[in-house]
Write a protein that binds this ligand. Structure first.
Ligand code: FAD
Length: 288
């Protein structure tokens, strides 16, 4: 089933994002958690794609098991950075073979050890080029990434939003946002999308704060941390357990506010953490 159909009907839609474990870890631990994730009745689960295609086989394998063994709709992330057309086509063929109809099409980030990475080495420089290619190849449902505060590489917000519009026009069915911590940013972004003529659903991506490591993540992604969260992190800096609980509470409240304000659903970055996901959904009033 194409996920775009979900956004035409039932609301709110609940999506989980998971990532493949490190190569030295077997997939079985993830599949044990999937039993628990399934009980939370997500509308779909998306599986991330390792930078530069590392572990790409695992992404497809996990997405396939979610779809074909657990009976949950699946979406595979796909980044084009460093890939040839042949490699992308091989992956598209595999997804088709596994009956996966949904792709989150991304440019991807350069490998961490290559800050001067040359994007022109790959066949596609930006996500919009990958999206146009997928569109020509087959009838997939395509999602793309959106950045409420602008992508970290962009020099001007106006330019970044114009590029987002190009991406949507290339054939995007829905957008998923990068992490953010102030719901006003989301609603403000919707207004800007409207003025740009972006009409597809924009799904807020919620990243719960599980530990102080969130600081590295926000620094890398250029996303701001509101003062009240800075105070929360200061308060619990020596108490990881309480910080996690406060982070779950914050994420649950954010989801409630977003849905009450009319968001079509949420995309929860679960970080493969089942019990926190259960707790957050309880706080948001979405599951018992
Ligand atoms: P693009 O849309 O191509 O944009 C990248 C930058 O280039 C932006 O600054 C944009 O303004 C600019 N740009 C775009 N088009 C043009 C153009 N034609 N000319 C000039 N400039 C242009 N990464 C992974 O490696 N694996 C994952 O599984 C993964 N999942 C993600 C899931 C979500 C929901 C999000 C929000 C991000 C995810 N990422 C993932 C991170 C993502 O790959 C990075 O943020 C990456 O740097 C940008 O990817 P993009 O598809 O948004 O790029």
């Amino acid at each position: 089933m194409k996920i775009s159909e979900l956004y035409q009907g039932k609301r709110p839609t609940l999506a989980f994002e998971i990532f493949p474990p490190k190569p030295e870890v077997t997939l079985e631990s993830l599949f044990e958690s999937l039993e628990g994730f399934k009980k939370l009745q997500p509308d779909y689960i998306s599986v991330t794609y390792g930078a530069g295609g590392s572990q790409r086989g695992r992404t497809v394998e996990i997405a396939s098991r979610i779809k074909n063994q657990y009976g949950i709709e699946a979406m595979s992330h796909l980044t084009c950075v460093g890939h040839s057309v042949e490699e992308i086509d091989e992956l598209l063929a595999r997804l088709k073979q596994e009956n996966i109809q949904n792709i989150l099409a991304l440019r991807g980030d350069p490998p961490v050890d290559q800050p001067d990475f040359d994007y022109s080495n790959g066949a596609f420089k930006y996500a919009n080029e990958l999206i146009s290619h997928i569109k020509k190849k087959d009838d997939f449902c395509i999602a793309a990434a959106a950045y409420l505060e602008g992508h970290v590489d962009s020099k001007r917000l106006k330019e970044d939003r114009a590029r987002l519009k190009d991406k949507v026009d290339a054939g995007v069915d829905f957008l998923i946002t990068q992490l953010f911590f102030d719901t006003r940013l989301y609603f403000d972004f919707l207004d800007r999308c409207e003025s740009l003529g972006i009409k597809c659903p924009v799904i807020p991506g919620i990243m719960p704060i599980f530990s102080l490591r969130i600081k590295n993540m926000t620094a890398k992604s250029g996303c701001s941390i509101p003062a009240k969260l800075v105070l929360m992190m200061d308060k619990y800096q020596d108490n990881p357990e309480d910080l996690r609980k406060a982070g779950e509470e914050y994420a649950g409240q954010m989801i409630r506010e977003l849905l009450d304000g009319g968001a079509p659903g949420v995309h929860l970055y679960t970080m493969n953490r089942l019990s926190s996901t259960q707790e957050i959904l309880k706080i948001a009033g979405l599951r018992d």
